[in-house]
Design a protein around this ligand. Structure first.
Ligand code: CTP
Length: 273
């Protein structure tokens, strides 16, 4: 139950257990039999199984903590409307699952998506860019961070009440302000910087040029670039990417998002090996 779980006594006991090295399968978030809502549901058996497998797994990422962001963010306009984008979360979620399969402890910070949480991964659900930033900060420290989320660049100065037509025929002006850049903040050198920071670039033209510039601007180590202008990438099951690292630009053939995820996870494994 959410209240029992969030009670300071329970949290203090959990902290003690974690300090002693006990591995915790966190409760699921959702509606409970008693009618309350929040973290307090028994984790699904596949999630428990995946956690056991990850513990016994001697994969190359064993003992590494990796943060993955995924999905879009929703920026409220008023209590009933929001601004969003077409990201489905499929690529980010697949990456989180692939890293866990190689033994990593993965914290997935997901914007609103309609796909299930990947098994074997701790998933935190957020709505806005600022909530995503806070959840990423709270999940640090980490060995690596992979920012696959399509974070909204701007947020709207949200109205407290539903915006109404005023009869003048004039649409309301939406005042936008820039959202915090989660990837750029993670990439700033310092004691909390993950050893490997991977960004994504969603571009609709001049892919290599824009993505190379974006990697330098954001300060991340690797950048996965995809052309989202074409059909079937954003929201689809396949992806066609460029991987930009210090060593240069690699072009990967079009493949399923789960294959992209597995290959990228292998590369992360090789990095830490
Ligand atoms: N990103 C982020 N926080 C933001 C915006 C973007 O963490 N507020 C991250 C994304 O998760 C992605 C990378 O930055 O890893 C690039 O996102 P993208 O939308 O392609 O780039 P922008 O920062 O929006 O740059 P531009 O407007 O030039 O396309």
């Amino acid at each position: 139950n959410v209240r029992m779980w969030e009670h300071p006594a329970t949290q203090a006991n959990m902290a003690t257990l974690k300090q002693r090295g006990v591995l915790v399968v966190e409760p699921d978030e959702g509606p409970m039999a008693c009618g309350e809502y929040g973290p307090g549901r028994l984790a699904e058996p596949p999630v428990i199984l995946a956690a056991i497998e990850a513990t016994l797994n001697d994969g190359p990422l064993k003992g590494r903590h990796i943060i993955v962001t995924s999905g879009p963010t929703h920026e409220p306009i008023d209590p009933v409307r929001y601004m969003a984008n077409r990201s489905s979360g499929k690529q980010g979620h697949a990456i989180a699952g692939a890293l866990a399969a190689l033994g990593a402890n993965v914290t997935l910070i997901s914007g609103p998506v309609s796909i299930p949480d990947p098994p074997g991964v701790i998933t935190r659900h957020v709505e806005t860019a600022r909530e995503m930033r806070d959840a990423v900060q709270a999940a640090l420290p980490a060995d690596a961070a992979i920012c696959a989320a399509a974070v909204a660049d701007w947020r709207v100065e949200s109205a407290d009440q539903k915006l109404k037509k005023d009869g003048s025929g004039q649409p309301p002006a939406l005042a936008l302000s820039e959202n915090p850049d989660i990837l750029a903040a993670l990439s700033v050198p310092g004691p909390n910087r993950p050893q490997l920071v991977v960004g994504f670039a969603a571009e609709t033209e001049k892919l290599t040029e824009h993505a190379t510039a974006k990697r330098a601007r954001k300060g991340c180590d690797w950048l996965v670039a995809n052309n989202v202008g074409g059909t079937g990438i954003m929201g689809g099951d396949e992806n066609e990417i460029l991987l930009i690292t210090d060593a240069g630009v690699e072009s990967w053939e079009r493949m399923n998002k789960s294959e992209v995820a597995a290959r990228l996870a292998e590369r992360v494994g090789a990095f830490f090996a």
